[in-house]
Design a protein around this ligand. Sequence first.
Ligand SMILES: Nc1ncnc2c1ncn2[C@@H]1O[C@H](COP(=O)(O)OP(=O)(O)O)[C@@H](O)[C@H]1O
Ligand SMILES: [Mg+2]
Length: 283
Amino acid sequence: MGKTTSAVNLAAALAIEGQRVLLIDLDPQGNASTGFGVSQFQRRITIYDVFASEGDVDEAEIATEIPGLKIIPATVDLSAAEFELSDAPKREYILRDKLNQRRGDYDFIIIDCPPSLGLLTLNGLVAADSVIVPMQCEFYALEGLSHLLKTVDLIRKNLNPTLQIEGVLLTMYDKRYNLTQAVESDVRDYMGNKVFANVVPRNVRVSEAPSHGKPVVIYDKSSAGAAAYMELAREIMGRYAQNEQNKNELMHDLGADEALGEAENNSEKEPTETKISGEDKAA
Ligand SMILES: Nc1ncnc2c1ncn2[C@@H]1O[C@H](COP(=O)(O)OP(=O)(O)O)[C@@H](O)[C@H]1O
Ligand SMILES: [Mg+2]
């Protein structure tokens, strides 16, 4: 639980931090679209059209009130895609192939997946470079997490060999409960630095924001929920900057200065696709 909220607010926070971001609503419930106040009228071209037709991704993109952030909306029509595409050739690769045209235009592409592991979610996991797993600190959380990790392993073996776990995000965090702290310490023991340092507190402003068609980082900037998502965005950007630096240092160590100069000249920042998934045991 917390997938859509995290997808919407992380996308918004990254864009506020100056990143070029695309948010893809891959859930027929369309909650991410609603969370951005995208009206039914605006959902004329949706992610369904991207799947179902020759439609290009950029035709389905809608600008939001946040500069640098676009969204591809969803409607209930998308639920039909699960069985309409069930016989399509390379049916798990449709989204990945469509997104390839747009990768260079974004720093981050965030995909909000539905709760079940159907064809839509598989498409999300195949298109993504990494997975963010929002998790509520509840009794069954660890069980749910290990189940999800097995799923990611299976996807890696069969469909997307480079899929990574970006991180586990502790959400609806309430440190007044002993259980929260017990679960947190288990998850941190088990997953180490794969758990984001930042946690998202249970915060009423977070749950109010969607009914105003705004992410909480816009709806109430000063709320604890907004602060947590802004901090998370910076944590993720910091990781990528660090990776980039390590890569450069490695090339330097290899005496590849010239090659590096080349690479820098040609470099577009590598885009990252991140899927927000979650184990709904915890929901
Ligand atoms: N940090 C939070 N504090 C309070 N309510 C939250 C928080 N995160 C999510 N919620 C609420 O919990 C419900 C489920 O969250 P959502 O992100 O839609 O989950 P999912 O997409 O995984 O089904 C929503 O009503 C949402 O507003
Ligand atoms: Mg959702």
